[in-house]
Design a protein around this ligand. Structure first.
Ligand code: 5GP
Ligand code: ZN
Length: 114
């Protein structure tokens, strides 16, 4: 019934290389990496994006950030550093409509982003 790509990955119906998982979140490798390490972290439960992290769903942010830190540790990024990115909506460059956190690292990252 679901036609959401990341819900399909969370359900195990579309394969992904899992880096970290816990009760609320799943972290897996991005299919088109923009850095030597590029991991996506998603809540298992569908949320469209950042704009949903208000009211009753605001607590999902805690779990997402914690899972991102765990994924960074698992990937060996913690000592050298890394970056979290969440694109939101059309102007923010969001292409998949299921909330996700990018964890990028493995090389020095330029700032500011485009
Ligand atoms: P956004 O542009 O929405 O912030 O990020 C979506 C990300 O999902 C992109 O970096 C893209 O490479 C990644 N992506 C798209 N389709 C797939 C897929 O089927 N599997 C995985 N692992 N990543 C995907
Ligand atoms: Zn979804």
């Amino acid at each position: 019934m679901s036609s959401c790509l990341f819900c399909e990955i969370a359900a195990g119906r579309i394969k992904a290389e899992i880096i970290h998982e816990d009760e609320g979140c799943l972290a897996f490798r991005d299919i088109s990496p923009k850095a030597p390490s590029h991991i996506l972290v998603i809540p298992r439960r569908h949320l469209d994006g950042l704009n949903d992290l208000v009211g009753p769903d605001s607590a999902a942010a805690d779990g997402l950030l914690a899972a991102g830190v765990m994924a960074a540790h698992a990937e060996g990024l913690a000592p050298g550093g890394y970056r979290f990115v969440i694109n939101c909506g059309q102007d923010g460059g969001q292409s998949v409509g299921h909330l996700h956190l990018h964890v990028l690292g493995g090389r020095p990252l330029a700032w500011p982003p485009g």
